[in-house]
Design a protein around this ligand. Structure first.
Ligand code: SAM
Ligand code: ZN
Length: 140
């Protein structure tokens, strides 16, 4: 099976071995044979061991997140970075993407070669994926 962003950027959480795209919906460690389930594009490295204390469904409403705010957040970060902002962001791993408040600007502005989003909460990743899909910002 061909390499993907997940297999090139992440390793086995049990032994740090290289991951391969296995048969079925999982990544498989080439060394210890552990499996990381992949469901609807989300690789579940956490497997119920951790979660967020935040209210996943109500998060955006509670924090007043909308398209205007998302665009403004990205703009403010760029302004704060000033001349340190690179011409291309290259290959990006976003840690703690939540519902995709920052991700929308990141993907909408096409400044990164590729982006992998991570969060300790699979629930947050589901909402993030749905948010990005609805806006046509997902590669698949
Ligand atoms: C305050 S929210 C911010 C979410 C998003 N970046 C935003 O700006 O709206 C913090 C997020 O980080 C996630 N998080 C907390 N600890 C984490 C960890 N160790 N690794 C990955 N994500 C984590 C939480 O699940 C939550 O979705
Ligand atoms: Zn392993």
């Amino acid at each position: 099976m061909p390499e993907t962003l997940l297999t090139t950027k992440f390793c086995c959480p049990e032994c740090q071995g290289a991951l391969k795209n296995g048969l079925g919906r999982a990544l498989t460690c080439g060394s210890c044979k552990s499996r990381v389930p992949v469901v609807e594009g989300i690789a579940d490295f956490v497997r119920g061991r951790f979660d967020t204390a935040l209210n996943v469904e109500a998060y955006e409403q509670e924090h007043g997140i909308d398209e205007t705010q998302a665009a403004e957040l990205y703009r403010l970060i760029r302004v704060a970075a000033g001349h340190r902002w690179p011409n291309s962001l290259g290959s990006v791993v976003e840690i703690g993407c939540g519902t995709g408040f920052y991700s929308r600007g990141l993907l909408g502005n096409n400044e990164a070669r590729d982006v992998v989003m991570t969060d300790v909460s699979v629930g947050m990743l589901r909402v993030c994926r749905e948010n990005l899909h609805r806006r046509g910002l997902l590669a698949d």
